[in-house]
Design a protein around this ligand. Sequence first.
Ligand code: PLP
Length: 389
Amino acid sequence: MMPNYAPAPIVPVLGRGSRVWDQAGREYIDLAGGIAVNVLGHAHPELVEVLHDQAQRLWHLSNAYTNEPALDLARKLVDLTFADRVFFSNSGGEANEAALKLARRYAHDRHGPDKAEIIAFDQAFHGRTLFTVTVGGQPKYSDGFGPKPGDITHVPFNDADALGDAMSDRVCAVMIEPIQGEGGLIAADPAFLQRARALCDAHEALLIFDEIQSGMGRTGDLYAYQGYGVTPDILTTAKGLGGGFPVAATLTTEEIASCFVVGTHGSTFGGNPLATAVAGRVLDIVSRPEFLDAVKAKADEAFTRLRALAADTGAFSDVRGKGLWIGCEIDASTGWGSKELTDRVLEYGAMTLKAGPDVLRLAPALNIEDDELATGLDRVEQAVRSLVA
Ligand code: PLP
């Protein structure tokens, strides 16, 4: 494979719940959820069953035909959110690409070609296509690939005045992660999102929420916007949607969707029956109120332990996030970064994630068992203490 990844030295071969085993039979607790994806852990029996069942019926017929699992998933997403219409694709980057094209097309059709500016935020992450990487606010991911798509402006995240100064009637969309994931687990202030909503309304721009990482119960709400009480015009969802099976969706209103007329956009695999059958079952499970309540309870436990560890060792200057999505900012005095810490945690038998150079990120399965969570956090603690010592 090309050298664009730096895989860990171990090769996982089996996963059950929140436990994973490598080729040597060594066990790990998965506190990463893949990469904030496996919301129901590994090999969840209901997902295995639905995938197996669908695999025996129908895999692919292209979007020249619709299919029952896709219709069913679209209906569920519409019933559970603000949206009236859904476009299916296969990854977060594609869902965002569709959202951005939709916003541009809507503005073009309603207001003319000059209304094309997109406002996005420093440190944002929206995917790896050339458009989404340019809208993302991390030049290290977009530099060096030739001419970038134009008319994209970045302002500091959570700075409502900067957003206000940047807004004009030329803006067609403002794209926000309600909680920046890759950027270091930075939550939007409620007042910032409210102001963004008001500014979009005043300038007839569309508010796009990228909920690819924050959605599907990660924060304890099905979608983070529901906890904030600020409703976007377009929402993107992927990662947890398929519980590990690749699937993504772009959600919007009837009015906005109406400009995606036949032929304007498409995807060979988007909305295929295997992916949508699995996602339908994931959504059934994750959207139950008692499931989301349990996420909050598990999160309280994890936050309490990690904050105690921070107070005791001084390793973390901040432990932040929402739900089972936790960022531990490594104190500068330690001299270590997130790579060093995630490597050490793996040696101690737990999988975790980085969120930038100095934030350790946890995004475990939302149904992680209490004993798995406790054991995983024990291992994180042992790793931290071994570095502090
Ligand atoms: N948007 C956000 C907020 C993400 O966190 C990610 C992935 O980390 C993406 C978009 C891109 O998703 P994918 O890697 O599935 O294209």
